[in-house]
Each structure stands twice: as structure tokens, then as C-alpha cells.
Design a protein around this ligand. Structure first.
Ligand code: COS
Length: 383
């Protein structure tokens, strides 16, 4: 286990989450994947246990957990079920723009019911034509009196159509580049808000990914986050802080696959002995475990940097997300190989883990974007 600096209370909380994940979440994981339905029962469980409250400050009904505790919680959940871990990660992602740029009143309006889990949150940056190039968005917001009128759409939105609270990015000045983007809190019952297509995905199948459509959508002016033009920076600052969480999700998936490969290799007998006695299998397990541990150190390190307010954390967040997600793809693929034909079948969770791992190389910035973020930071540092 990597070195960690969570306090005793948080250590106990993580232990409790590990037990809860093994006892209550793991038995549901295959069914969640198979039915591709959002697991409302598991969302309730996370809410009841105050797990969804972890990212929110205590003054707004949250737990005020450290970033390190949050990534450890995501890891424990992902070890059993990636969809479940995403419920916590997406709650933090959708709420962070409010955390970073919201007024006290905005926080008082939204945080208590997000912390209790009554409301879900979503983050709407991506559009059909703007993914890696986030600034190429087309959604417009025009001020009319005490409202902004939004027109456009957002694509691939986690919790889309389930979230009551949506942090939406839109152009208030189409001629000002990234400085013309603003952020808004959009409730799902505002006039002109609609849900479009719901995606059929390769993995994280229980998580709903949908299109959000704004047709003369009326957003009260007081729902602007920060000032007009702050939106792009709010989005970037949010992603800097949530990427360790995606790294943690990848780490948890990889740890789950390693656990499975180790236990299977000790039971599976071929040529009159457990396959774990073969050096070829042992070397694979050793490489898998080393990648998992390296990913853990990067993820925990980035989270601790956020906790202690180290300003250079963005580069390390990108490294953690990139390395852990690549490790998860490699480790889950190797787990399938260790399980052989059984690994390819849905009878075992290895193939689900590989499908779930793939998205961690893509969302919250592809790993190519992470490399770009790392290289830019590296090259801008004074020598
Ligand atoms: N924190 C704060 N501000 C930041 C920032 C960060 N991490 N990154 C960029 N900015 C600021 C810049 O300082 C610049 O500000 P000024 O206007 O004051 O100069 C502004 O934002 C524009 O930055 P930049 O020129 O670097 O923007 P680019 O269009 O080149 O885009 C990348 C930068 C590629 C990093 C950005 O588009 C990106 O992160 N893309 C991936 C998006 C993503 O992760 N999508 C997933 C959605 S959630 S599933």
C-alpha cells in the first residue's frame, strides 16, 4: 500500500467504503453492466452512507473530505464497479465549477441537496464538434434583461438527463475566443432544457450518457458563475482537480482485475498444477502489480498536492490520469489473458473491467490532451 496521509477518521471511512463496496456493490456490478440501467439503489446507498457528501464543505451539509480521501473512495468503489465509482466522481465534477466560482448564495442553493444525494450533478462542456478543442464550442448564451437565453447542445454528458444541476459552458462573446466563454448553473426544469439521445456505450454501462439540448433555454442571470468570460478558466480549473479522480477510477479497475487474476491463477489447474506456479504467469502478475502501485502513487500524490494547495498540481493531475488509465488498459487486458477463455466470457468480470477501463483513457481529456498539458507545463517552467 502506497504511503498516505489521510487522518484517522478518513482512514476509517475508507475502510467502511471498502467493506460496503465488497458486500453491497460487487454483487450488483454484473447486472448493472448487463441491464445498462442507472443503479438508483446504489446511488441511494452512497447517499445514505454520506459518500456523495464527501466533496462538499461541512457548512453546506457535506463531509468536507480531503481530495486524497475522495480519490481513495473512488478507487475502492471502482475496484468492484466502475459505474458506481462514477456516481461519486461525476457529483464532484458537476459541482466543482460552483465550488470554484460560485457565490455563497449559489452554494447555499445547490450544495445541501447535492451533498445529501437528493440531486445529481452534471458537467456540460463537450459538444458534437468540440471535444479536445473545448474552446470550439457553439452553444450561445445571450443576456436578455434578468435572464440569459441559451441555444445549442452538449454531447456525451455523464448523468445527462438524470442530473438536476448542470454546469453548462456557453459563448457569451463569440469573438473573444476562450475569454468569450461563460459558465452557468442550469436546472433540468428550466424552460427550454431538453434531453436528446441517450448513448449506447462500450463500458460504464450503468452510467447514463446523454445529449443536452437548449432551445431558448431561460437561465436566471444570477445563475452565471463568476463573471462573463470566466467560463473557460473555470472548466480548466475543474478538470485539473477532477483528473486524479479519473486516475483513481482507473486504478480501482486495475486493482480489481489484478485481484481477480491472482486468485484465479492460484485455483486454475493445468498440467497438474495451479497456473500461478508457472513463471510466465508470475512475471505477468508482477508487472501488473507494479503498474497498479505506480499508478496509485501518482494518483495519491496529485490528490495530496491539491490538498496542500501546491500550485503546480495540474501537471501531476494529468500525469496521474494518463498513467493510471494506460495502466488500467494494460492490466485488465493481461487479466483476461491470465484467465484465458474464461476471461473472454461474461461469466467473469475481467472483460467488463477492460471495457470500463477504456473510457478512462478518453474522458476528462484524452490521454493525448494530458500529454499536451504535461508538456506545456514542463516547457513553461523556468530552468
Ligand atoms: N487553469 C487555469 N487557466 C487555464 C488552464 C488551467 N489549467 N489552462 C488554460 N487556461 C487559461 C489560459 O491561461 C488562457 O488564459 P488567458 O486567456 O488569460 O491567456 C486560456 O485559458 C486559454 O488557454 P489555452 O490558450 O491554453 O487554450 P487552448 O484552446 O489552447 O486549450 C487545452 C487548451 C487543449 C488544454 C483545452 O482545450 C483542454 O483541456 N481540452 C480538453 C478538454 C477536456 O478535457 N474535455 C473533457 C470534457 S469533460 S468529459
Amino acid at each position: 500500500m502506497a504511503v498516505t496521509h489521510v487522518n484517522e477518521d478518513e482512514k476509517a471511512l475508507i475502510e467502511a467504503i471498502r467493506e460496503l463496496a465488497q458486500e453491497r456493490v460487487a454483487p450488483r456490478a454484473a447486472e448493472i453492466d448487463h441491464t445498462a440501467q442507472f443503479p438508483w439503489d446504489i446511488k441511494e446507498l452512497l447517499a445514505q452512507q454520506d459518500i456523495l457528501a464527501m466533496p462538499f464543505p461541512t457548512e453546506y451539509g457535506g463531509v468536507g473530505a480531503s481530495e486524497l480521501a475522495i480519490v481513495m473512495a473512488i478507487e475502492e468503489l471502482a475496484r468492484c464497479c466502475a459505474t458506481t465509482s462514477l456516481i461519486l466522481a461525476a457529483q464532484q465534477l458537476g459541482a466543482l465549477p460552483i465550488m470554484l466560482a460560485g457565490t455563497d448564495e449559489q452554494k447555499r442553493t445547490y450544495f445541501p441537496r447535492l451533498a445529501s444525494g437528493e440531486w445529481l450533478a452534471a458537467f456540460g462542456l463537450t459538444e458534437s464538434g468540440s471535444g479536445s478543442d473545448a474552446a470550439a464550442m457553439k452553444t450561445r448564451a445571450v443576456r436578455q434583461g434578468d435572464k440569459y437565453i441559451l441555444n445549442g447542445s452538449k454531447r456525451f454528458i455523464t448523468n445527462g438527463g438524470l442530473a438536476h444541476v448542470n454546469s453548462i459552458f456557453a459563448l457569451t462573446d463569440p469573438n473573444a475566443g476562450t475569454r468569450g466563454i461563460s459558465a452557468f448553473i442550469v436546472e433540468d426544469d428550466f424552460p427550454g432544457f431538453a434531453v436528446g439521445r441517450v448513448e449506447d456505450k462500450m463500458g460504464i454501462k450503468g452510467s447514463q450518457t446523454a445529449e443536452l439540448i437548449f432551445t431558448d433555454c431561460e437561465v436566471p442571470a444570477e445563475n452565471l458563475l463568476g463573471r462573463e468570460g470566466d467560463g473557460f478558466k473555470i472548466a480548466m480549473m475543474t478538470l485539473d482537480r477532477t483528473r486524479p479522480g479519473i486516475g483513481a477510477q482507473a486504478l480501482g479497475i486495475a486493482q480489481g482485475a489484478l485481484d481477480l487474476a491472482v486468485s484465479y491463477s492460484k485455483q486454475r489447474v493445468q498440467f497438474n498444477r495451479p497456473i500461478a506456479e508457472n513463471q510466465g504467469i508470475q512475471f505477468m502478475l508482477a508487472d501488473m502489480a507494479t503498474k497498479v502501485e505506480a499508478a496509485r502513487l501518482l494518483v495519491y500524490n496529485a490528490a495530496e498536492m491539491i490538498d496542500r494547495g501546491d500550485v503546480s498540481f495540474g501537471k501531476y493531475s494529468a500525469m496521474a490520469k494518463m498513467f493510471a488509465s494506460d495502466a488500467a488498459m494494460s492490466v485488465t487486458g493481461d487479466a483476461i489473458q491470465v484467465l484465458g477463455g474464461y476471461g473472454y466470457m461474461k461469466e467473469y468480470p475481467a472483460e467488463r473491467m477492460m471495457r470500463d477501463a477504456k473510457i478512462t483513457q478518453i474522458y476528462e481529456g484524452t490521454n493525448q490532451i494530458q500529454r499536451l498539458v504535461i508538456a506545456r507545463a514542463l516547457l513553461s517552467e523556468a530552468l
